[in-house]
Design a protein around this ligand. Structure first.
Ligand SMILES: [Zn+2]
Length: 478
């Protein structure tokens, strides 16, 4: 792609400030990664999450955002702060989350997960990309925008700012959703929402995510016997709960790997940017000889179609397993629901299918978790247009692309329902190499710099539109 040669003046100024701020940005990222803020008290002392929340509160207060710790229904704290803008200025919601995924197998990490470590230009650590890298990008953008103006100067920022740093995003408990529903007036202040928890399609390619799959977890339990039985004495005739569960799970996909659940369509087509076959193999770390799953293109499979993953199975582990038939077995399934599909209907179809395919008269119970609805962004508004241009300038002229998100951010649908007039745009610092949620998560510091610059340019330019230019009411500009 040809770089844009005429650099806008705000790009020069903000770009220089951000380059200067980057050492501090990365030092703060290291501080934040060092706090193991996994929002699961079975894994980490909840005090660590409070420590992270307090870090976030102090950092944003120092930038003039009057942030506070707000208790949400699951017991986690969201860091929330509202700073009104100058008269007539729009308000922009800045979203990120400070909690992180568990580290999985510690031995797979090449460096300690909570010690930000540089290797070949990338920074490794849990949360470095998802989402602490985005959190420090917000801070950096604000600092660049403010320049030398003191943080409590009423004119420090040209826009109103609403900070939302969630504390249990990775747990899928929709706790901030419940908080937002209980405080709708706060979330209705926003004219635009920067949901910085998405990814770039490729390193160096600015990306706005315009659709997200929804998700629902289903736990299925199979009961067959009163107690475990000797596999020699009873095996062959006694109903085996684990064998029944394996048969049931095997019916969920066909030979090609497509989902094969009656009532769940799998023929949708992705209309946007396509995902190169070889790039996908590399990004996913597929072993030589393995085939990718499903018919259709990779983009179809990832962004337009449903999928189902077995997340866990309750069965005796190999070490310590004895020669016994299992009386009971369970699996946790994760169903991803594409935009346009009815999430509740897909969940019900999956549960009905599990009951229908259960063999040998075994007892089956299936319970579903919180329903995360799919999201599809409106791309016709000012925020989308201004952000596309700002990102392109921040990425030295590389055109901004729109991609789907295979993952789910249920909060986006909740926010869209509470404040349908706000434009919601999704972006973020991870690239495919970031391996978010996996071991050896990493971030390219250049992506933090470029996203922070794009964000600062966006805030300045969106403010410059003024509220009057954007139409008499937010609804009128749709
Ligand atoms: Zn995230």
């Amino acid at each position: 792609m040809t770089p844009n040669t005429d650099t806008p003046a705000d790009r020069e100024l903000l770009g220089a400030r951000i380059a200067e701020l980057m050492p501090r940005t990365l030092a703060e990222l290291a501080e934040l990664v060092a706090i193991p803020s996994i929002a699961d008290e079975r894994v980490v002392d909840p005090a660590e999450c409070v420590r992270a929340a307090e870090w976030v509160r102090a950092a944003f207060r120092a930038e003039g955002i009057p942030a506070n710790l707000e208790l949400t229904p699951d017991g986690s704290y969201a860091v929330i702060g509202h700073r009104p803008g100058p008269e007539g200025a729009p308000t922009v919601l800045l979203y990120c989350h400070y909690d992180v995924q568990p580290i999985l197998d510690e031995h797979e990490w090449l460096s300690p997960p909570f010690e930000l470590t540089e290797r070949d230009g990338r920074l490794y650590g849990r949360g470095s990309a998802d989402c602490k890298g985005n959190l420090v990008a917000h801070l950096t953008a604000l600092r660049a925008l403010r320049g030398d103006t003191v943080a409590d100067d009423p004119d420090a920022y040209p826009v109103g700012l609403l900070l939302v740093a969630e504390g249990s995003e990775e747990q899928g408990r929709a706790s901030l959703d419940r908080y937002a529903e209980a405080h709708p007036d706060l979330f209705r202040l926003a004219d635009a929402m920067l949901i910085q928890d998405a990814s770039n399609f490729a390193n160096g390619v600015p990306t706005i995510t315009t659709s997200l799959r929804g998700a629902v977890d289903v736990v299925v339990t199979v009961d067959a016997l009163e107690a475990s039985l000797h596999s020699g004495e009873f095996g062959g005739a006694a109903p085996d709960a684990l064998a029944a569960l394996i048969r049931m799970l095997a019916t969920l996909r066909d030979e090609r790997g497509d989902l094969a659940v009656p009532g769940i369509a799998t023929d949708q087509v992705w209309p946007g940017v396509q995902y190169d076959e070889q790039a996908f193999r590399d990004d996913a770390g597929m072993r030589a000889g393995t085939e990718r799953l499903g018919s259709g293109t990779i983009a179809d499979q990832l962004w337009a179609r449903p999928t189902l993953t077995v997340l866990g199975i309750d069965a005796p582990p190999v070490v310590g397993a004895v020669a016994a038939i299992q009386p009971r077995a369970a699996a946790k399934l994760n169903l991803r629901v594409p935009p346009g599909a009815d999430a509740a209907a897909l969940r019900d179809a999956l549960i009905a299918h599990l009951h229908a395919v259960a063999p040998w008269g075994v007892g089956v119970t299936a319970t579903a978790g919180e329903l995360g609805l799919p999201f599809s962004a409106d791309t016709s508004g000012d925020a989308f247009r201004v952000l596309s241009g700002a990102l392109t300038d921040a990425y030295d002229g590389v055109a901004t692309v729109t991609s789907g998100g295979g993952g789910s951010i249920p909060l986006t649908t909740t926010l869209a329902r509470i404040n349908p007039d706000a434009e919601i745009v999704l972006l973020g610092v991870p690239d495919p190499e970031s391996r978010i949620h996996s071991t050896n998560e990493s971030v390219d510091p250049e992506e933090i710099r470029r996203i922070a610059l794009g964000e600062a340019l966006f805030l300045a330019r969106f403010a410059a539109l003024g509220s009057s230019d954007r139409g008499p009411t937010p609804t009128a500009r749709r």
